[in-house]
Design a protein around this ligand. Structure first.
Ligand SMILES: CC(C)(COP(=O)(O)OP(=O)(O)OC[C@H]1O[C@@H](n2cnc3c(N)ncnc32)[C@H](O)[C@@H]1OP(=O)(O)O)[C@@H](O)C(=O)NCCC(=O)NCCS
Length: 171
């Protein structure tokens, strides 16, 4: 049995982020950073872009002795509500990053993180969420479709996907 807790990410999450990122992108290295140094730099960049739109997931796992063990930073989502999209000709809420540790996939962690992003976009009165996904990252593409993201332009090996929020001010 597990409980999932989502919260704002902070600077202390850096090393968990690096570990989780390198785990999550195994097999997808073509679309990702591969060194700890680069991932650390990426974490700092995401924090600087929009710290308040950066969320992390922790889990509580029931042990054999019926205690709860806390595992921090098993998934992350980084949104940016100040992103200018030249494709939309407007400011959007950009999802720069989402990933979940491979060991804890399929349990709804990605869904809870995505809900945080959608709520955050609404809070910021953005009516569009935008992201770019690798064209062969089929699992992520089907995950995004489930939330109503639509496939738009292709740029090299990347596909732009957009989700329109009809009533951004209604939560
Ligand atoms: C995409 C990702 C974040 C999903 O995280 P997750 O915690 O496994 O997602 P959830 O458990 O909330 O799954 C939600 C839905 O997404 C879909 N989904 C998730 N994993 C899937 C998979 N391996 N294959 C197909 N669909 C999948 C399912 O439809 C699932 O719905 P269900 O509850 O009806 O089964 C995760 O697979 C991941 O970290 N991928 C690697 C990193 C990555 O590619 N990030 C995106 C970069 S653009």
């Amino acid at each position: 049995m597990i409980k999932i807790i989502t919260r704002k990410a902070n600077i202390d999450d850096c090393e968990n982020f690096v570990r989780c990122y390198l785990n999550a992108y195994r097999g997808l290295e073509f679309y990702a950073y591969s060194t700890k140094r680069d991932v650390r730099g990426y974490f700092k960049w995401l924090m600087k872009r929009d710290e308040k739109g950066f969320f992390s997931a922790d889990i509580l796992v029931k042990t054999q002795s019926f205690d709860w063990e806390l595992i921090r930073g098993v998934g992350f989502i980084a949104c940016d509500s100040n992103w200018y999209s030249k494709y939309e000709n407007n400011y959007v809420c950009e999802i720069h990053e989402i990933f979940v540790n491979r060991e804890w996939r399929g349990l709804g962690i990605g869904t809870l993180l995505m809900r945080e992003a959608i709520n955050y976009a609404k809070q910021k009165s953005r009516d569009k969420l935008e992201l770019w996904v690798g064209e062969r990252n089929y699992e992520a593409i089907s995950f995004y479709r489930k939330f109503g993201f639509l496939e738009k332009e292709k740029n090299g090996c990347w596909i732009r996907m957009v989700k329109y929020i009809r009533y951004p001010n209604v939560r």
